[in-house]
Design a protein around this ligand. Structure first.
Ligand SMILES: Cc1cc2nc3c(=O)[nH]c(=O)nc-3n(C[C@H](O)[C@H](O)[C@H](O)COP(=O)(O)OP(=O)(O)OC[C@H]3O[C@@H](n4cnc5c(N)ncnc54)[C@H](O)[C@@H]3O)c2cc1C
Length: 455
């Protein structure tokens, strides 16, 4: 696997350095901010026979698919989003006990998609980030005041995000939400695409978006190759209640078995993302409450006072995954259908949200000009826009995971010195500020939604 990893990392670097992938080389589409919403769906005669017709059909109504549906629906685009899981089950605490670090730029996208107002009261702001190597006192400290008065981001329970997304969808007249029903077939022609659902219904659209996660049917349908590997780690997730306030501080503790993150939720609650060797994760998960709490306490330390685990525990296998292309005929892939990374930097969904902001923008721009949203040049604009950001983050999270998940003495000494230098040396302050802006998701050529502008 070592040579495969090296090969892919070289490819990642080559892609990251390829200036042709940057959006600035694209002819800018002119846009009048007062342009009315795109016209209602315009399907060809061949689509009349379908049970449902829309300009955009989104396969997968997870966090990414639902966010895209809300963004497009808010701009008046006729959209259908299809998911195989029942909406009621997706809101149950046992469905997904995870939390997500929503970067500042992603919150802007959620605001533009009409979701943030419902999420913010239940989101814990991240005011400080502290990175520590095995409880070493030389830690890297990011204070949000060094880059302005805005939080770096917020920690939100996935359940809260889903609730807000479902509520918003219900209020959007141009969006149809079909769930629970699986997409079982996909045919993509020159002018339109057709989906077959497990209950026999058909959906016609000019553009199909694969937001159907790591085992994407859409990606497989297009024969898009996947690169990637496992880190041999699982993320154990749980939440804790504690005696003292966390003060909005997010802590990343690097341990030899993997990073251990403490992320500030609302109130005296903290979300734990504990990366552990895969072979040990099941053992920790099965521990009785008292033993599990004791294991947590040795890692958390005493800065939060008494701690008590709350809510479900679960474990997720961790790896890196990257699709060789994000587009095919009348198809665009977003979020985990095209890329997945280690949660070491809390960036997986944030990259997916930037996919959504970029794709929604190219689709809406095309429709406003009376163009076909599934045309090859529209999709190529999306792919080129997204590749640089995605590949950079895949390479960064891969490097961090490998650098920090070990106890090799020269590496440990080098990374501690590196952290201390970035933290304390004045010449490295611009680099520190850049890293903070990366954490906020506001680096590069940003889509309108990330900039806080309407679509
Ligand atoms: C432990 C952990 C912590 C994380 N923390 C963070 C974080 O702090 N910040 C961050 O940005 N990211 C984080 N991530 C990453 C983030 O959780 C994922 O990027 C995100 O959940 C991906 O969402 P998605 O909608 O792309 O995919 P999914 O959640 O997999 O959704 C895909 C959907 O498609 C549906 N589907 C699939 N196939 C079909 C079909 N044939 N027909 C109909 N429906 C179908 C599925 O039912 C599902 O609902 C974390 C990940 C892990 C594992």
């Amino acid at each position: 696997m070592g040579s495969a990893c090296l090969f892919f990392r070289q490819r990642l670097t080559a892609l990251a350095l390829d200036k042709r992938d940057q959006p600035s080389n694209f002819p800018a589409m002119s846009r009048d901010p007062h342009t009315p919403a795109p016209p209602a769906v315009t399907m060809s005669d061949a689509d009349v026979a379908a049970d449902v017709a829309a300009d955009v059909a989104i396969v997968g109504g997870g966090l990414a698919g639902l966010t895209l549906a809300c963004a497009l629906g808010g701009a008046g685009v006729s959209t259908v989003v299809i998911d195989r899981d029942p909406p009621g089950a997706q809101l149950a605490g046992s469905f997904d006990g995870r939390t997500t670090a929503i970067a500042y730029g992603s919150a802007k996208v959620l605001e533009g998609a009409g979701i943030w107002a419902a999420v913010e009261p239940e989101a814990g702001p991240i005011l400080d980030i502290r990175v520590t190597d095995q409880h070493d006192p030389l830690f890297l400290h990011y204070d949000h005041r060094e880059v302005g008065d805005r939080p770096f981001g917020w920690i939100v329970e996935n359940r809260v995000l889903r609730q807000a997304l479902f509520q918003r969808l219900a209020a959007l007249p141009t969006v149809t939400h079909l769930a629970p029903v699986a997409v079982t077939g996909l045919m993509r022609g020159a002018d339109s695409a057709r989906l077959t659902l497990a209950d026999g219904r058909t959906v016609a659209a000019r553009l199909v978006v694969g937001a159907d996660g790591k085992k994407s049917l859409c990606r497989e349908n297009a024969g898009i190759r996947l690169d990637g590997w496992s880190y041999g780690q699982h993320a154990i997730i749980t939440n804790i209640e504690h005696e003292f306030s966390h003060g909005g501080v997010a802590v990343e503790l690097f341990l030899p078995s993997g990073p251990f993150a403490m992320l500030p939720l609302t109130g005296n609650r903290t979300s734990i993302v504990w990366s552990e060797r895969a072979e040990m994760a099941g053992w920790y998960l099965a521990l009785p409450e008292e033993r599990f709490t004791a294991e947590l306490r040795t890692r958390v330390g005493d800065w939060l006072g008494q701690i008590r685990p709350i809510g479900p525990r679960a474990a997720y296998p961790l790896g890196l995954m990257h699709a060789e292309r994000y587009i095919d005929r009348r198809l665009a892939l977003v979020s985990e259908a095209s890329h997945a990374m280690h949660p070491i930097a809390g960036q997986g969904l944030n990259v997916g949200i930037r996919d959504i902001a970029a794709l929604a923008e190219v689709v809406v721009d095309a429709l406003r000009l009376g163009l076909d949203p599934g045309a090859a040049d529209v999709l190529e604009r999306y792919q080129r826009w997204r590749r640089f950001d995605t590949v950079s983050l895949l390479a960064t999270t891969d490097l961090l995971t490998r650098l920090f998940s070990n106890n090799i003495p020269p590496l440990a000494a080098a990374r501690r010195l590196g952290m201390a230098a970035i933290n304390g040396l004045p010449p490295l302050r611009p680099m520190k500020r850049l890293l903070m802006r990366h954490a906020m998701g506001i680096v590069g050529t940003l889509p309108r939604l990330v900039r806080g502008e309407p679509l």
